[in-house]
Write a protein that binds this ligand. Structure first.
Ligand code: TXA
Ligand code: MG
Length: 313
């Protein structure tokens, strides 16, 4: 049987069965496709790391169906409660203290005393969680250090047979990974993402601290070179060189455009698909038009900077 299956009741029960048996299953969330395994099963979680070629110090996000289930694994505080109430289900991941006696595999937390949890807002992700009935550890379903997948075809290209099942639920709506906030103390932004900073700050009614590079990278999503396509990338380019393929933003002449109308939500949703497309064409030099640093533009620029960083992974 093919490991690619359209979303639907058959795919959901197969996903649930495979997860119970310690298999690894790729499925869509509203942000990007995730590669899921039973978060309580060391062997299954180990298979995620092996399939992605991921350094084992990099911890994983656990996906749960709702806030009540999240409470069984981590200890909430009032600000975390407020963020969860406002943005779950959705593109926000909260890092919180792991509860004592937790059943979560230490491979998921990479030995940290904290756990990253998220309630996804996608009917297919929710159907897979409900068919399985347990916590699902799921990083993005791409080889480590490569561009995240926003379609099932991207997962097939990147991981192929290394995955037991890929549930095809169409393209992801948000297109960027979740925003990660460390709520173990004063809330701190660990990764810009699908929920923009200003929305979080409005919710907690205070500026959100941002961990600087000088600090310990407790969120290895802060590894510099990440999301790398094969070509070299120059950013904030107004006029591309003749040998460059130009990735535009807003009304302009370009080979490919993140959003011809200059809409940041559309640009976020298309960013990884555009990078995958340039990758697939074997483009060697990419120039990217400036993208404003407002709203989702912060996360888009973060991913572009990582894609452009020197390769060391
Ligand atoms: O949108 C998303 O977040 C997607 C979908 C599939 O949910 N997942 C995703 O996972 O982007 P991944 O593994 O590619 O990124 C997870 C990030 C990593 O940067 C990791 O270091 C960080 O979360 N992380 C996980 N657990 C953590 C913890 N306990 N403390 C700090 N950072 C943590
Ligand atoms: Mg990732």
């Amino acid at each position: 049987m093919s490991n690619l299956q359209p979303s639907g009741p058959d795919a959901f029960s197969r996903a649930g069965e495979l997860l119970r048996q310690g298999g690894i299953v790729a499925f869509p969330t509203e942000t990007v496709y995730g590669l899921g395994a039973d978060a309580r099963d060391d062997g299954a979680v180990g298979r995620i790391y092996a399939a992605k070629g991921r350094p084992s110090f990099n911890p994983l996000i656990v996906h749960v169906p709702n806030l009540g289930t999240a409470r069984t694994y981590v200890a909430f505080n009032p600000l975390a409660e407020r963020l969860a109430a406002a943005f779950w289900p959705g593109a926000l991941t909260l890092v919180l203290p792991l509860k004592a006696g937790s059943v979560i595999s230490p491979l998921v937390t990479a030995g940290l005393g904290t756990l990253a949890v998220r309630v996804p807002d996608h009917p297919v992700a929710q159907a897979v969680l409900s068919a399985f009935g347990g916590p699902v550890a799921a990083p993005s379903a791409n080889p480590s250090g490569r561009v995240s997948p926003t379609t099932a075809a991207h997962v097939v290209q990147g991981l192929g047979d290394a995955v037991d099942l890929i549930v095809d639920g169409g393209p992801c709506g948000v297109g960027l990974e979740s925003t990660i906030v460390d709520c173990t103390g004063t809330p701190e932004l660990l990764r810009a993402g699908g929920v923009p900073l200003h929305a979080l700050e409005a919710c907690i009614d205070a500026p959100l601290a941002q961990r600087t590079h000088a600090d310990v990278p407790t969120s290895p999503g802060q590894l510099q070179s990440h999301y790398a396509p094969w070509g070299t990338i120059r950013l904030n380019v107004e006029v591309p060189r003749p040998d460059e393929v130009y990735l535009g933003f807003g009304p302009m002449e370009a080979d490919l455009n993140l959003s011809p109308s200059g809409d940041l939500i559309e640009a976020a949703a298309r960013l990884f698909a555009c990078l995958h497309e340039l990758d697939a064409k074997g483009v060697e030099r990419i120039a990217v038009a400036p993208v404003p640093m407002i709203g989702l533009g912060v996360a888009i620029n973060d991913r572009l900077r990582r894609a452009a960083a020197p390769r060391d992974l």
